[in-house]
Ligand binder design. Sequence first.
Ligand code: IPD
Length: 287
Amino acid sequence: MTSMESDKCWAECMDVAVEIARKAGQMVQEAVKQEKRVSSKSTPTDLVTEADQQVEELIISTLRERYPTHRFIGEESSAAGEKCVLTDSPTWIIDPIDGTCNFVHSFPMVAVSIGFAVMKELEFGVIYHCFDGTLYTARKGHGAFCNGVRLQVSKEKDVSRALILTEIGAKRDPATLNIFLENMKKLLSAPAHGVRIIGSSTLALCHIASGAAEAYYQYGLHCWDIAAAAVIIREAGGCVIDTSGGPLDLMSRRVVAAGSREMADYVVRQLQPISYERDDHQPIVQS
Ligand code: IPD
């Protein structure tokens, strides 16, 4: 394929992603009113509901029918034992319900996230906020948008004027919680304006893209939490990197994102690492 052909092809795929994200979002809106069947995965606080599985099934079966040669990484398929490996093939990276715990409690921060990578490069991202219908989209080289309005990150470089977002992750053992709280304490005593936890990594990352917050960091999230949002933040002018300060590794389960590189580097310097098994289960390279 020439680059013009692939550009056209990925643009069409993104239109399909938008259509499916809206459909899936409506399914989540209906499901939130029903009784939820909840169980847990890796830890008692890593929740899954029947709705997560049904929404993922809807998204993947629709896409697979349309793009039989493409590959799929989905949160619930991975939990069910499917390999989570990123190859050079066109790959859809899907979180059917990001913010499952919020969904269980009807706390209104829940999103459908669809990212797309080719040759291991993220090409586009679509995130649909299921409670208020906000749609975040971005395609590499074409800008980031919220309901069609262009997004721009905050260019604040001074942490004492920053709002910082994070998420807790599934591990709750005392050692992990200590590091988590120490990291937060460092940023609060910088002093940042505040640190927030909203219960949805993808929506928190969208707030970095929109400039509503200056930085985000987390250990323990997954490739389906980052894939779509990374394109949206980068296209809004921000940076998404590894917690070591190096390039983002989608499978590493850790991320720092910020409006400016200076802000990202500041956050990187404050963090003490929390180790999680990689999404692709390859050995962890310590840094
Ligand atoms: C989780 C949420 C949560 C974050 C976890 C994610 P899920 O996704 O985004 O806020 O702390 O790391 O895995 O399980 O609700 O799709």
